[in-house]
Design a protein around this ligand. Structure first.
Ligand code: F6P
Length: 545
């Protein structure tokens, strides 16, 4: 069964939402809170160690009902079943989308083309565990007999962003090896990483689903040549491992079978950290923690599959964003984690969300006349408060924000944590309440400011307020809670793709630039410059001079 193919704007629910928008868009959330003593409770979902309070949104009971009606009219329930059952919902590439299977229980049967892939998944996981333990215990050593101290993950996009984000997020749980990342084809990046490394004690993990990606292959070759300055071809077997679907290319590179970790075409690059792409995560934090990460994601999968839509965190967050994106015409969405550990989380989600839902053709192949994927951005709080919060508070654009915070800090420093979280709570309150003319006036009067001065300053100090936020409050940043948090956003992506009637799991849009770069490289390396527009020709000429 393929996904249904319905233009969301033609549904009854969409029409009702348009009318509902016209009737409600001037209503202030702060008045709604005054009128309804149960609002906070009614618009909160408590699940495991997650508390998701979405009451500070421009919604009422009716909004949620209509958004849920939209999801039902667009057959979301059936689509979720197709997703988890391994149907080929990545239709333009003819593939299933089964990253959820990677964190499934061992005895769950998962059929791809009629074959149960669960045993294969668990065999690879077992190999990741053994490999990790052998590196940590020193059983596996470098070619001169020394224990490994450093790991370098070489990959880009989904073969980099997930491992980078998770190893940073979970560095509290780090084992003795240091993990580094090389991604950019910028030669200075790889040099900066390897310049302080000892090749005798470094293991390189080359991660590329296709093993054809220019950046990764170039970096891998540069590293290999650097390594071979003081080692032989046979030593490569001890210092290089690879993760890919393309085992033939890896063997040609010189990596031996025991260091090759397979992945499958039904795992999308941007959803692959749960596969062997997570090898560097396991090496960084230990296999048991890697397993807990997967378990947390699995629990969120179960929640998403089983919970009624009105109590389903990914469904509610996806629908709320559709409300802002398609009815309020908000173009961006900010994600602000109040922990420095999650500093790479927004960047990770940029690929997850924007590569998935940045589409302008529907599942029928027709151009879309409504808005799809939002622009994702963000930085950790409180730093972001001192950078771009001004625009969220007083700018002209509506920016819904997800605030992600934790009840307990990892080092248990109560003084710091209370200060951090005071900001976390204060910001969502300030964004909602704003500050009225009257409030500003009385504040300035209390400071004994002259009437004329107050009159001049007044407009600048008013905060319109009514800015929407979701608050995701989690007990503690653990491998398990992080796994659940990542899976939450993965499923939010899925729900939005279903509603927008797009294919979320291909990424044809990144191909054109790659193709042109290939042709342009010939121009840079050769004596002739091929055909380009005048601007590009001029720039290439200037570069070559
Ligand atoms: O450029 C986009 C992309 O195809 C991503 O989807 C993917 O994560 C990345 O390139 C890297 O691809 P690979 O793992 O095959 O090297």
């Amino acid at each position: 069964m393929s996904l249904s193919n319905i233009n969301p704007t033609t549904t009854k629910a969409w029409k009702k939402l348009e009318q509902h928008f016209d009737l409600t868009n001037g209503i202030l959330m702060k008045s709604q809170f005054k009128e309804d003593g149960h609002r906070a409770k009614n618009f909160t979902i408590q699940w495991n160690d997650f508390l998701v309070d979405y009451s500070k949104n421009r919604i009422d009971e009716n909004t949620i009902e209509l958004l849920l009606e939209l999801a039902n009219e667009l057959n979301l329930k059936e689509a979720i079943a197709s997703y988890f059952n391994g149907e080929k919902i990545n239709q333009t590439e003819g593939r299933a989308v089964l990253h959820t299977a990677l964190r499934g229980k061992k005895d769950n049967s998962i059929l791809v083309n009629g074959i149960n892939v669960a045993p294969e998944i668990h065999e690879v996981k077992h190999r990741i565990k053994q490999f990790t333990e052998a590196i940590h215990s020193g059983e596996k050593k470098g070619h001169t007999g020394k224990t490994f101290t450093d790991i370098v993950n070489v990959g880009i996009g989904g073969s980099d962003l997930g491992p980078v984000m998770v190893t940073e997020a979970l560095k509290f749980y780090k084992k003795q090896v240091n993990v580094h990342f090389v991604s950019n084809v910028d030669g200075d990046h790889v040099q900066e990483v390897i310049k302080n490394l000892n090749p005798e004690t470094t293991l390189f993990v080359i991660v590329s689903k296709t093993f054809t990606t220019q950046e990764t292959l170039s970096n891998a070759m540069t590293i290999k040549n650097w390594f071979l300055q003081n080692a032989t071809q046979q030593d490569i077997a001890k210092h290089f491992a690879a993760v890919s679907t393309n085992t033939q290319r890896i063997t040609e590179f010189g990596i031996t079978n025991e260091n090759i970790f397979p992945m499958w075409d039904w795992v999308g690059g941007r959803f692959s950290l749960w596969s062997a792409v997570g090898l560097s995560i396991s090496l960084a934090i230990g296999y048991d923690h890697f397993e807990s990460l997967l378990q947390g994601a699995n629990e969120m999968d179960e929640h998403f599959k089983e919970a009624d839509f009105d109590k389903n965190i990914p469904v509610i967050l996806a629908l709320l964003n559709i409300w802002y994106n398609n009815f309020y015409k908000a173009e961006t969405e900010a994600i602000i984690p109040y922990t420095q550990y999650l500093s790479r989380f927004p960047a990770y989600l940029q690929q997850g969300i924007m590569e998935s839902n940045g589409k302008s053709v529907d599942r029928n192949g027709d151009p879309i006349q409504y808005q799809t994927g939002t622009i994702i951005w963000g930085e950790p709080g409180t730093n972001s408060q001192h950078a771009f919060f001004q625009l969220i508070h007083q700018g002209t654009k509506l920016i819904p924000v997800d605030f992600i915070g934790f009840k307990k800090s990892l080092y248990d420093n109560k003084d710091h944590h209370n200060k951090l979280m005071a900001n976390f709570f204060a910001q969502t309150e300030a964004l909602m309440n704003g500050k009225t003319k009257e409030e500003v006036e009385s504040e300035l009067k209390a400071k004994d400011m002259a009437t004329e001065e107050i009159r001049q300053l007044l407009p600048f100090k008013i905060f319109e307020g009514n800015k929407p936020t979701n608050t995701i409050l989690i007990d503690r940043l653990t491998p398990k809670s992080l796994g659940a948090l990542i899976a939450l956003y993965e499923h939010k992506i899925f729900v939005q793709g279903i509603i927008w009637n797009i294919f979320s799991y291909d990424q044809w849009g990144v191909e054109l630039g790659k193709q042109l770069a290939g042709q342009t490289l010939k121009d840079l390396n050769g004596s002739e410059i091929g055909e380009h527009d005048a601007s590009t020709t001029q720039l290439i000429r200037a570069f070559k001079d």
